[in-house]
Design a protein around this ligand. Structure first.
Ligand code: ADP
Ligand code: 5GP
Length: 214
């Protein structure tokens, strides 16, 4: 709902990027600033990193449980990234969208392609680019979550990942030390998408009421 209480469909906002470009940081900022935006918590089979909380950053599950969720259709999309399985639980996303709410998710390009087919009009996709490869490497190093080998592997994969930018609705360059500008750009995208005519399903009724003097 917006200020005039016009019913609308919810938005699934997806952010993708090469690892280290800043999509997780931007996603967390968006949610911290917007009480109407929920976050989609993915399932993964990868081991928990230091500082990560089960149920908050990810639902950390076994491969057997992951396969079971896939078999039962409990995931809206799923993919293997850097050798680990990831997926978006279907039920929370569908519950938010059907109530006209918005939900943000940080997933890779394979997952985004699947959502394009299943979620269609409710999907708004944003690709985040680093300002340079040197900046990307520096961010991966300073994040200090991965060994030098893993950082090298992520850098090697990044050109591949970046080739998917044309599949996204919007592209944002996350400039060095200007996270604020990137967050504002994505907030602007969300604000504009919320008032798209085809998303505001209650417009016809609202205008009819206006025209009849209501
Ligand atoms: P991703 O989720 O895309 O892998 P993260 O959000 O984890 O990337 O960001 C990687 C690292 O870069 C983190 O340490 C984060 O604090 C840092 N970072 C994010 N945005 C910027 C920016 N605009 N300038 C400098 N560092 C940034
Ligand atoms: P990380 O393990 O560093 O948190 O994430 C590795 C990659 O997996 C990132 O590109 C991230 O966007 C992606 N990812 C995280 N959750 C999901 C998900 O549910 N589905 C898909 N397709 N990718 C995901």
């Amino acid at each position: 709902m917006n200020g005039t209480d016009i019913a609308r469909r919810g938005i699934l906002l997806v952010l993708s990027s090469p690892s280290g470009a800043g999509k997780t940081t931007i996603t967390r900022e968006l949610v911290a600033r917007d009480p109407n935006l929920r976050i989609s918590v993915s399932v993964t089979t990868r081991p928990k990193r230091a500082g990560e909380v089960d149920g908050q950053h990810y639902h950390f599950i076994t491969r057997a449980r992951f396969d079971d969720m896939v078999a039962k259709g409990e995931l809206l999309e799923h993919a293997i990234v850097f050798g680990n399985c990831y997926g978006t639980p279907r039920a929370p996303v569908e519950a938010v969208l059907s109530a006209g709410g918005d939900i943000v998710s940080d997933i890779d390009w394979q997952g985004t392609q699947q959502l394009k087919a299943s979620v269609r009009g409710d999907l708004v996709s944003v690709f985040v680019l680093p300002p340079s490869m040197a900046a990307l490497e520096e961010r991966l190093r300073t994040r200090a979550q991965d060994s030098p080998d893993v950082v090298r592997a992520r850098m090697a994969k990044s050109t591949d990942e970046m080739s998917h930018w044309p599949e996204y609705d919007y592209v944002v360059v996350n400039q060095n030390d200007d996270l604020e500008a990137s967050v504002r750009r994505v907030q602007a995208i969300l604000a504009a998408e919320r008032v798209r005519r085809d998303r505001q399903t209650g417009l016809a009724d609202f205008v009819n009421r206006l025209r009849s003097g209501g």
